[in-house]
Design a protein around this ligand. Structure first.
Ligand code: AKG
Length: 253
């Protein structure tokens, strides 16, 4: 990737709150990462988060209900395999994050750091939210990388984003008790109508800001969707002591 195109991508992230970088990961690397994800899902390799734990719309009622052992996230992707670590701290990602933050990037192992799966049956939809809702840093300035390990499109539950929402100020009433952006409010609906869902091919990466409003639908295809997701921040933006954000050692890129 040329410096010029990287600068344009970083600029797009600053302006819109997300940017798609097509083909950032080669087909070979992507296939190898997906094979690890498929195998670890088949083995139910811990630590896992189950759909039944979160109970988002469409999820099973409990772990004992039909589909109760449907995984939502294979947690701690960084610890799962050397290839995952290599991607998370790769020169491509480091260079990108350095340009965005203007300082040494850190990878948070406390947030995202997972293989997201979305299953055709028992997979849930995720309502409108900002990832910063449960994150505790000095500044709400973190960026996640979402690597598509397979195709992502509306029917298999791809992400939707509201362009420019990372820069908007909202009063707390615009969110519900769980800090989801309330889709029942007309003023919120007007924004949600502007949302876009970029189609991704395997190897494409979406970088998005922790304040960008996003959501994702259910997977109505026959195939499980796999994505590899990590979150970064600048060295000077430290996690607040005693919070979940400070609960795991970080990786300095
Ligand atoms: O894939 C999804 O359902 C959305 C994931 C997401 O936005 C999140 O975990 O914060």
């Amino acid at each position: 990737m040329s410096e010029h195109s990287k600068k344009e991508q970083v600029q797009a992230l600053r302006e819109r709150g997300f940017v798609v970088v097509p083909g950032l990961v080669s087909a070979e690397r992507c296939a190898a990462l997906k094979a690890i994800a498929v195998q670890q899902l088949a083995e139910a390799a811990a630590p896992l988060e189950y759909e039944a734990d979160l109970r988002y719309p469409g999820a099973p009622e409990s772990r004992g209900a039909p589909g109760g052992h449907t995984a939502r996230r294979l947690l701690d992707a960084y610890a799962r395999h050397a290839l995952m670590r290599e991607w998370a701290a790769s020169p491509e990602v480091r260079g990108w994050m350095e340009l965005y933050f203007g300082e040494t990037p850190h990878l948070s192992r406390a947030h995202h750091n997972c293989i997201m799966t979305k299953h055709p049956a028992h997979g849930s939809l995720t309502g409108w939210h900002r990832d910063a809702r449960y994150w505790s840093f000095e500044r709400d300035d973190l960026v996640s990388s979402w690597l598509a390990l397979g195709p992502e499109f509306v029917d298999n539950g791809a992400l939707w984003f509201v362009p420019g929402s990372h820069d908007m100020m909202f009063t707390s009433e615009r969110f519900d008790a769980a800090k989801f952006f309330r889709a029942d409010l007309p003023e919120n609906q007007a924004l949600i109508e502007r949302a876009v869902s970029p189609e991704l091919n395997p190897g494409d990466v979406v970088f998005f800001h922790c304040n960008t409003l996003h959501s994702a639908g259910r997977n109505v295809t026959n195939d499980i969707k796999f994505s590899l997701v990590f979150t970064y921040h600048g060295a000077s933006n430290v996690p607040l002591p005693g919070t979940r954000s400070a609960s795991k050692p970080e990786v300095v890129l």
